[in-house]
Write a protein that binds this ligand. Structure first.
Ligand code: TYM
Length: 329
């Protein structure tokens, strides 16, 4: 039996090239080597208030983007988290074995809660639900961007703690970071990671941005006071632009140096923009085709949920038995 892969995306904001390079494009590359489950984590999204009608639309948009990026629904299951109730059930059971101190250390919680007037308990529990997503399917591999590494470490800790309290139950998953593009930075501020929730124009390249918008955003990207590319002294803005080019094109380090050393920033930005557009245009074309048939999309999600639900329910049964909770079976 093939090892299982699980990963997810929150249906909030606009999916951007950081999400694509950090996660989606790698899912596409590895999906056939594993039994793959890719999830739209709507229960995570509501840890911060979302307008209901917008959330509903976003879920379908993200599902369509998974398909447009090249996830093969015949092989890989695409699911919406809330359509498989076992995610929430397991999350509660894991909450009970997770020390609060572990959650208090989460840097994403600290950053996200600082931005909220009222911090919902769900935001605190967020990483436990994420652990449940992964452990529910005994996933061995979790391909994510670098910003999820701490959550993955916590998932491993929770799995190990459960196993030591109740006996071997969960697979302890491995984090799989991409070679390039594990941390794409904001184009307006290359010291902050590119993020869906940063609304500022000039911050991100969304997967559905038009070529004109992509050119304009790259053109405004922050660089440094050098006039042209110098690999020895470049600042984080230039490094980020080169990193984006390298991740999309797969160019080797030596070839990158040869191509870009001494190139003026205006030309660098054009080269990066055209490379990104070349990759996003076919994705956008597929997106338009997929969204023209909403019935198809709903079918993919229904089929995904039907395929994974028995696996998820078996794990919940197993965990209940291990913990001494009542099971009729
Ligand atoms: P989310 O929705 O913030 O991001 C989705 C994926 O994109 C990656 N990513 C990035 N990679 C490179 N550069 C960036 N600037 C960048 N920004 C985001 C993220 O690392 C992620 O892989 N908590 C998760 C969703 C989740 C999940 C899971 C992931 C819920 N359950 C189980 C894996 C397994 C999140 O908020 O991702």
């Amino acid at each position: 039996m093939k090892a299982r892969v699980f990963s997810g995306v929150q249906p909030t904001g606009n999916l951007h090239i950081g999400n694509y390079l950090g996660a989606l494009s790698n899912w596409v590359k590895i999906q056939h080597s594993y039994e793959s489950i890719f999830c739209i984590v709507d229960l995570h999204a509501v840890t911060v208030y979302q307008k209901p009608e917008e959330l509903r639309a976003k879920i379908l948009e993200i599902a369509a983007l998974f398909l447009a990026a090249g996830i093969d629904p015949k092989h890989s299951s695409i699911i919406v988290q809330s359509s498989v109730p076992a995610h929430s059930e397991l999350a509660w059971m894991l909450t009970c074995v997770t020390p609060m101190g572990w959650l208090q250390r989460m840097t994403q919680f600290k950053a996200k809660s600082a931005a909220q007037e009222t911090v919902g308990d769900g935001l605190f529990q967020y990483p436990v639900l994420m652990a449940a997503d992964i452990l529910l399917y005994h996933a061995a591999i979790v391909p994510v961007g670098d910003d999820q590494s701490q959550h993955l470490e916590l998932t491993r800790d929770i799995a190990q703690r459960f196993n030591s309290l109740y006996g071997e139950t969960f697979v302890v998953p491995e984090t799989k970071l991409p070679g390039f593009g594990a941390r794409v930075m904001g184009l307006d501020d290359p010291t902050a990671k590119m993020s869906k929730s940063s609304a500022g124009a000039g911050h991100a390249i969304a997967l559905l941005d038009t070529p004109e918008k992509i050119r304009k955003t790259f053109n405004r990207a922050t660089t440094d006071s050098n006039p042209a590319v110098d690999f020895a002294t470049m600042g984080p803005g230039v490094e980020n632009l080169l990193g984006i080019y390298q991740a999309f094109s797969g160019t080797a380090d030596a070839a990158m140096r040869e191509k870009f050393t001494g190139m003026r920033y205006g030309d660098l930005k054009k080269q990066v923009a055209e490379m990104v557009i070349m990759h996003l245009e076919p994705l956008q074309q597929r997106y338009r085709e997929i969204t023209a048939d909403p019935g198809y999309l709903e079918g993919v999600l229904r089929e995904g949920a039907a395929r994974v639900t028995p696996i998820a329910n078996d794990t919940v049964e197993l965990v209940k038995r291990r913990m001494g909770l009542y099971t009729a079976r």
